[in-house]
Design a protein around this ligand. Structure first.
Ligand code: GUN
Length: 295
């Protein structure tokens, strides 16, 4: 293998430690700690794992957390009522509704019901607008995790061609916005490639930094990667395996092949995933400060 590993797990642990220290300082100053309310609807196994990981991460950083687990059959009206309750509960500075939601629920209406000052996912149109304008209250956790991973590894996107595979509202679009900002952590030349492209390889082979976020297991093969590129794999896909769990996790990148060509590569698991959780903690801290300090 040629590429060096971008160790998200190790970096995330350091960020979580920094958050824990700041939580302690704020606790000494205000006698209060940040709080995060996570709403989980239904029993999607992957969502349950993510929500459990988020709760544990909060706990280890000294952040108060609660999971409001609702049945898959919950009505839209009831879900909106719950959000209203969490909006008014000042023990909880951040609110997160785990996606995806069941198909009978209008997810956009649900996300818009969260107070923008508590919107630690940065999914509310107000916050998406502020992000686009370069004046964010919050940075969405997964894109911010990608940017932080690059920054803390000393990889600057300035002047580089970043190609993002995938145009989702959770990753592709907000990441493009962050990397476009006129700042040392941005200033990239950004291309967003998606399923309408007749040949995605034409684009991916031009990437100095290639970010895969399309949710297709091992979609990016070795020949699609430019020599010495930085490859960031956002995908987390379950594929059947002959083990106890019955599945294993693979990214959107065929790791072994891409690692022969790239200069840097993120593993799955242990790359972007842990960074996402660390950035969620940072956002919860940010929400606390916004509400306590008006800053
Ligand atoms: N489902 C997959 N990624 C995310 C995320 O970043 N936030 C929420 N709320 N749900 C998700």
């Amino acid at each position: 293998m040629k590429a060096a590993i971008l160790d998200g797990k190790r970096l995330a642990a350091r960020i979580r430690q920094e958050v824990a220290e700041e939580v302690q300082r704020l606790k000494n100053r205000f006698g209060r700690v940040p709080g995060l309310a996570v709403i989980l609807v239904g029993d999607d196994p992957a969502s349950q794992v993510y929500v459990r990981q988020k709760g544990r991460a909060c706990q280890s950083a000294g952040i108060l957390s609660i999971t409001d687990h609702l049945p898959a059959t919950v009505s839209q009206k009831e879900l909106l009522r719950r959000i209203d309750e969490w909006n008014r509960d000042d023990r909880y500075h951040g609110i997160l509704v785990q996606l995806p939601l069941p198909s009978h629920i209008d997810a956009q209406a649900v996300l818009e019901a969260i107070l923008p000052s508590k919107d630690v996912d940065c999914f509310h149109p107000y916050n998406v607008g502020r992000l686009t304008l370069g004046r964010p209250l919050f940075r969405p956790a997964t894109p911010a995790g990608v940017v932080e991973l690059l920054h803390r590894t000393g990889i600057s996107p300035e002047g580089k061609h970043v190609v993002i595979l995938g145009r989702s509202n959770i990753v592709g679009k907000p990441l493009a916005n962050l990397l476009l900002q006129k700042s040392p952590r941005g200033n990239a030349i950004v291309t967003v490639v998606h399923s309408a492209a007749p040949d995605v390889t034409v684009f991916t082979r031009q990437a100095d930094i290639l970010v895969a976020a399309i949710g297709k297991p091992e979609f990016v093969r070795g020949h699609m990667v430019k020599k010495d590129a930085v490859v960031v794999d956002v995908g987390v896909n379950r594929v059947p395996a002959d083990n106890e769990k019955g599945y294993r996790l693979v990214g959107d990148v065929a790791f072994a092949e891409a690692a022969q060509i790239a200069r840097y590569i993120t593993p799955v698991p242990g790359g972007v995933g842990p960074m996402t959780i660390a950035m969620l903690l940072k956002n919860t801290l940010q929400a606390f400060k916004l509400q306590m300090l008006d800053e």
